[in-house]
Design a protein around this ligand. Structure first.
Ligand code: SF4
Ligand code: SF4
Length: 116
């Protein structure tokens, strides 16, 4: 049986897809949306305060690369280590919608679009 989970609620505020994260699959984490302990994350707090499903809904920045909260120091380090391109994830949500983003990430088995 497939362990793939297709659920738009598993799209993180920053565009990652928690449904394909190892911690989620091992039931060690319920995903970004449910992780109330992640108060350190300015992206998560900003989206919750603005009632955005993700930064793809942001009315202040058409390009998330221009947002200092989105491009904070910690996120840059993580992006380098994990070759993660969260901006590409947000751009994909904008281009094809949340359902399709979740489907693409689930089918490819990837938590993030990889940096090229
Ligand atoms: S970086 Fe923030 S928004 Fe992205 S998955 Fe982690 S807690 Fe969620
Ligand atoms: S792009 Fe920046 S300002 Fe816009 S929702 Fe995301 S963190 Fe908030």
């Amino acid at each position: 049986m497939s362990d793939k989970v297709l659920d738009t609620n598993l799209i993180a505020f920053c565009g990652l897809y928690c449904g394909e994260c190892g911690a989620f699959k091992r039931k060690r984490c319920k995903g970004c949306k449910e992780n109330a302990k992640a108060t350190w994350c300015k992206i998560r707090t900003c989206c919750i305060d603005n009632s955005y499903a993700s930064c793809a809904d942001c009315k202040d920045f058409m390009n998330v690369a221009d947002c200092k909260k989105f491009n904070n120091f910690v996120s840059k380090i993580f992006a380098l280590i994990f070759r993660s391109d969260r901006k590409a994830c947000i751009d994909q949500i904008k281009a094809c919608g949340r359902e399709k983003h979740a489907q693409i990430m689930s089918e490819s088995g990837q938590q993030t679009i990889k940096r090229k």
